[in-house]
Write a protein that binds this ligand. Structure first.
Ligand code: ADP
Ligand code: MG
Length: 335
């Protein structure tokens, strides 16, 4: 018997990860495609395309088709998926003949969007395609006991969206999604620097600032960083020094929107599960969980324990992989 390849895909708004049963995570690249507007051809996907952001000639346009958590462009998303699968079969040396694929789609995606993703994967030759809800994948990948009758609360702070889900007995009890996350913070940093310094910086610089000296709203020893941008008055390049306190001020609104979503979800939780939450707490995952001080800030604000997932950028991909095993088990049991 030949065993078919089994593949898990985390189709994130910022990053796509691919997990295979035999090799673990085999691909981890930004969800970006570069398109030649004249020929409509895809010229690059992933890291190669992200490198092009803000630097391309006019006819080549880098696109993030999942940017705000919804699929802005089906065709581009489908093309991106196909290129990613192609890369995986090269990188992993897998036989891509009729793989079984589990895809985690952004929560909040409509049934039409889900269908489009399903079809794109299927048309690549997948034998079976399963779609899995993001909070479930995130919780499984964060080592939470999702099958048990206890409330598992997962907070996934991604690029375009943040999700708060309560999972018990293998199913989603409640889930809320907000279109705020790391991208919005980057945007807020750009706006802040423009308003206060009259300097224009690019998205990638803003993201670096956030990662290097960004803090959630906690007291901390102030850090600073030199950044370069274009002076909006003279038009010339200029370097300024920005502090972590300024960055906190810049990203305050996004942080508060995320906190608000967590609060509302917890407040609307069935009373029987509330007790579990006090005991077990909340688990943070997604790239945004890595913002300095995030865990402490949220714990102070919501007064329940807050844990950090073992590998926030990989939880969902790992979860899709483990979900595959569960699906197999269920199918075997059904035979
Ligand atoms: P998605 O699931 O939407 O693709 P990810 O979970 O991959 O998103 O997270 C991507 C986001 O996390 C980006 O906005 C990125 O800037 C942010 N991020 C990654 N590492 C860090 C870090 N160390 N500090 C703050 N933000 C981070
Ligand atoms: Mg994600």
């Amino acid at each position: 018997m030949f065993s078919n390849a089994e593949i898990g895909i985390d189709l994130g708004t910022a990053n796509i990860l691919v997990y295979t049963k035999s090799k673990g995570i085999v691909l981890n690249e930004p969800s970006v495609v570069a398109i030649d507007m004249e020929t409509k051809n895809v010229v690059a996907v992933g890291s190669e395309a992200k490198e092009m952001v803000g630097k391309t000639p006019q006819n080549i346009v880098p696109i993030r088709p999942l940017k705000d958590g919804v699929i802005a462009d089906y065709d581009v998303t489908a093309q991106m998926l196909k290129e990613i699968l192609k890369k995986v079969s090269k990188v992993a040396g897998l036989s891509m003949r009729k793989p079984t694929v589990v895809v985690c789609t952004p929560s909040g995606s409509t049934s039409v969007e889900r269908r489009a993703i399903h079809n794109a994967v299927k048309s690549y030759g997948a034998k079976e395609v399963h779609l899995i809800e993001e909070p479930v994948a995130a919780a499984i990948g964060s080592d939470l006991p999702v099958d048990e009758p206890v409330a598992n609360v997962i907070v996934d702070i991604g690029g375009g969206t943040s999700e708060v889900g309560i999972i018990s007995f293998g199913g989603v009890v409640s889930c809320r999604s907000v279109r705020t996350g790391g991208d919005k913070m980057d945007e807020e940093i750009i706006q802040y620097i423009r308003k206060n310094y009259n300097i224009l910086i690019g998205e990638r610089t803003a993201e670096n600032v956030k990662m290097e000296i960004g803090f959630a709203l906690i007291d901390h020893d102030e850090l600073s960083m030199d950044i370069r941008g274009r002076d909006m008055v003279s038009g010339l390049p200029r370097t300024i020094t920005i502090t972590s306190t300024e960055v906190q001020e810049a990203i305050k609104e996004s942080l508060e929107a995320i906190l608000e979503t967590i609060r509302t979800t917890l407040e609307n939780c069935p009373p029987e599960l509330s007790g579990d939450i006090v005991d077990h707490g909340v688990t943070l995952t997604g790239g945004g969980a890595l913002l300095k001080g995030m865990q402490k800030w949220l714990a102070d604000e919501i007064s329940v324990p807050v844990h950090l997932a073992p590998n926030p950028l990989e939880s969902v991909a790992i979860g899709t992989g483990r979900a595959l095993k569960m699906i197999n088990k269920l199918q075997k049991a059904a035979k």
